[in-house]
Write a protein that binds this ligand. Structure first.
Ligand code: DAH
Length: 353
């Protein structure tokens, strides 16, 4: 029996010398001094040796077990130390720049929207908001859009039926059809109904139309402007738009009105800005014309003022509206509208802020 103990110790020492990993060391520990380890089992066989030798064997066994445990401990420390030295060699490069977690940024459209709002705030405007789901009344009726106007057509407007079916709008004769707002102009109505002139607001936000092709998205963005007070004229509009260009593009651009029709303004116009890139001399962005079409504008129609409880005999005002998406594309020279709505991280990463 003592011989077997010596044998085991020899085997253990030989095996220990080969061990280089914490896992292998653990296996070795289990094999020798674990519950069913060979050294542990030897103790169970003590009954088989003559009683006179038992005491000496027990003492020897204890010494062996202590020695094995000490050797395991020592080896464990050694392996740990080696691993740490390897890590230090590999990881600690004090000249290495720190690892930064990936950082998000605002969507280029959000950046443009915020810049537009900030510009108009500097010019004395408040920022107003309205809901995406709008009543036909504010989206069309109160803006003087005739009942049979083609823009109300199912093909242009997203009508919403679900809220009525679920009783989310009050029933009765006053109940109106709900739509996804087709422009930001209903925010004019909401503002005029709740505020007294002088009113000076811009209202940026998402708008929706049944339009989906390479150059149109069913969800797009506009910004609306509205100024109502006594004695407001088209000259104020032109001056405001010029001041806007100076602040937004960093230099004053020409503003050009072309007569046009929108039911909620009279007279109505479309407005162009001198091309901010070539400053009017003609380039690929303005297709050589020196001007870029921006949006619609005009003097608020007296019927619209009346519908909102503002006396058109006392007050006049102007409004404008234009798309933010195209303006963003122009600013960053983004070639395709769809890029802005696909959420492709490779695109978005190009607009850190
Ligand atoms: N709401 C118009 C559209 O979506 C744009 C517009 C034109 C807004 C003239 C105005 C305006 O405020 O006066 O096409």
């Amino acid at each position: 029996m003592p011989n077997r103990l010596d044998q085991q110790v020899e085997q253990f020492n030989a095996a220990l010398a080969q061990v280089t990993t914490a896992e292998a060391l653990y296996e070795l520990e289990v094999a020798y001094v674990g519950k069913k380890g060979s050294i542990t089992l030897l103790k169970g066989e003590m009954g088989k040796i003559p009683p006179a030798e038992r005491k000496a064997f027990g003492a020897a066994w204890n010494r062996v077990r202590d020695a094995i445990e000490a050797a395991l401990e020592q080896r464990r420390d050694f392996i740990k130390g080696e691993a740490r030295a390897r890590d230090l060699e590999r990881i600690v490069d004090l000249t290495m720049p720190p690892l930064r977690p990936p950082q998000g940024s605002l969507h280029p459209l959000t950046q443009t929207r915020r810049r537009l709002s900030e510009t108009f705030i500097r010019l004395g405007f408040d920022v107003a908001v309205g809901p995406h789901i709008e009543g036909e009344r504010f989206n069309f009726d109160d803006l003087n859009v005739p009942k049979d106007h083609p823009t109300r057509d199912m093909q242009d407007t997203f009508f919403i039926e679900a809220p009525r079916m679920h009783g989310l709008t009050p029933d009765g004769p006053a109940m109106q059809e709900l739509v996804l707002r087709t422009h930001t102009s209903p925010v004019q109505i909401r503002t005029m109904r709740t505020r007294k002139p002088p009113i000076r607001i811009v209202a940026p936000g998402a708008t929706f139309r049944c339009d989906d092709d390479a150059t149109h998205s069913p969800m797009f963005h506009q910004i609306e402007g509205l100024y109502i007070d006594e004695g407001v004229t088209l000259a104020d509009l032109k001056a405001t738009l010029m001041a806007f260009t100076e602040d937004f593009f960093g230099h004053r651009l020409e503003v050009r009105f072309r007569p046009s029709f929108f039911p909620f303004v009279e007279p109505g116009a479309e407005f162009d800005l001198g091309c901010p890139f070539c400053r009017g001399s003609g380039c690929s962005l303005c297709k050589g014309s020196g001007f870029i079409e921006i949006g619609g504008c005009g003097m608020v129609h007296p019927k619209v003022l009346s519908a909102c409880g503002i006396d058109p005999e006392i007050y006049t005002g102007w409004a404008f509206g234009f798309g933010i998406d195209r303006m963003t594309m122009m600013l960053h020279r983004i070639p395709h509208l769809r890029l802005m709505f696909e959420g492709d991280i490779r695109f978005l990463e190009q607009f850190p802020c």
